[in-house]
Design a protein around this ligand. Structure first.
Ligand code: NAD
Ligand code: DAU
Length: 360
């Protein structure tokens, strides 16, 4: 009999790689990672599990219906967890096409392949099958200071090409449950941070720029607020949603850690001053530079995770203070991984996004 397994898509990305590692160390079933290996997919993030008999890799696009259907038929997974996406808001502003292609069309092709596989399963096996779609709080739009946090009932109001493409994929997932009965679960989480995050995103970008003595770019007035979620806590929530979540439902996942960007950056600077003081002995905060804002920049995100807490029994284990310290240490201790990432394509992105952003 084939070994029980799940398929994860986008498992070579930031959250996917953390999820695969956590899954292997906590769950008995095998995990097959299907990833296209875009600029954001990094096999080096999976070194710790690549030789594990419970791990396998398939190089494919979620939009390749034939390849995904073949893998489903061969491996007969009990669940598919969809992390694969184009995930960076600034890139979606420079080039929205890839976002529509992967996040919307790709998710559609993946759903079609999964529907074909699932509808041929024996009824009892099909009832236990799950398609878990990992989405974002950005689909709910932007909050003002004082507004109540997003709940699962908040109407969708995506503002960037990225969040619009994710919202579209969420609607497709909902429709596949409603129309075909596919046992889907959608999770909408807030900003993740932690090990293996590509340094185009705020927290790793600030850590690496500071260590290199480069400017620390803050968009606009630095008062935009995000709700920071340690990636390990997010992975735990996804595993609980798989085992305890009700088909057709959506679950919000947040860290309960609302912070203004400027405060996040100052906190990182203070931790670096303590752990790795600059040769110049100047505080890292002296590198902070306010730059032109992101077009359409959402002001504030905040998550009400009461449903995940009540139904899944989930609570984040990390505070922002404990998680950010762990994260800074991880980047200091893993310079090989960092060096592997900070190469050709990354340099091109830094020039494209920052060279034209005047200091304000
Ligand atoms: P990431 O950009 O680090 O990784 C994305 C992964 O998907 C990469 O390994 C990439 O190679 C793969 N991929 C891209 N296009 C693909 C395709 N067409 N077929 C197969 N693989 C493909 O992303 P992340 O930060 O790990 O985010 C994972 C998921 O979580 C995304 O769906 C994202 O929208 C969502 N999310 C992320 C955050 C966050 O803070 N990072 C917050 C909320 C939701
Ligand atoms: O809320 C969940 C979302 O969080 C995910 O769906 C996205 O995939 C993920 O990328 C993230 O989106 P953000 O746009 O919030 O993350 P980012 O790290 O790009 O930016 C965080 C905040 O920091 C945001 O307000 C913009 C600001 N910022 C970002 C960069 C890269 C800066 O001020 N300077 C920068 O150089």
């Amino acid at each position: 009999m084939a070994q029980t397994c799940i398929i994860v898509t986008g498992g070579a990305g930031f959250i996917g790689a953390n999820f695969v590692q956590q899954w292997i160390s906590t769950e008995p079933a095998a995990v097959i990672n299907l990833d296209k290996l875009t600029y954001a997919g990094n096999p080096a993030s999976l070194r710790a599990v690549e030789a594990n008999p419970n791990y396998a890799f398939t190089h494919a696009d979620i939009g390749d219906f034939a390849a995904v259907s073949r893998l489903l038929a061969q491996r007969k997974p009990v669940a598919v967890v969809n992390f694969a996406a184009e995930s960076h808001v600034d890139r979606s502003i420079h080039g929205p096409g890839e976002f529509v292609q992967t996040n919307l069309v790709g998710t559609f092709q993946l759903l079609e392949a999964v529907r074909g596989y699932w509808s041929a399963l024996p009824a009892d096996v099909g009832r236990r099958f799950r398609f878990l779609h990992v989405s974002t709080d950005e689909v709910y739009g932007s909050l003002q200071p004082g507004d109540a946090p997003f709940t699962e009932q908040t109407p969708y109001a995506p503002n960037s090409p990225y969040s619009a493409s994710k919202a579209g994929s969420d609607h497709l997932v909902r429709a596949y449950h409603h129309t075909y009965g596919l046992p889907t679960i959608t999770t909408n989480c807030s900003n993740n941070y932690g090990p293996y995050q590509f340094p185009e995103k705020l927290i790793p970008l600030i850590i690496l720029n500071a260590l290199a003595g480069k400017p620390l770019p803050i968009y606009g007035d630095g008062l935009n607020v995000r709700d920071w979620l340690y990636v390990g806590d997010h992975c735990t929530a996804v595993r609980l949603a798989l085992s305890k979540g009700r088909p057709g439902e959506t679950y919000n996942i947040g860290g309960n850690n609302e912070r203004a960007n400027i405060d996040v950056v100052r906190t990182i600077c203070r931790i670096l001053d303590e752990l790795r003081p600059a040769d110049s002995r100047k505080p890292y905060e002296s590198l902070i530079t306010f730059v032109a804002d992101r077009p359409g920049h959402d002001r504030r995100y905040a998550i009400d995770a009461t449903k995940s807490s009540d139904e899944l029994g989930w609570k984040p284990a990390e505070t922002f203070e404990s998680g950010i310290r762990k994260t800074v240490r991880w980047y200091l201790d893993n310079s090989d991984w960092v060096q592997g990432v900070v190469s050709g394509e990354y340099r091109k992105w830094m020039a494209k996004n920052y060279d034209t952003r005047e200091a304000t």
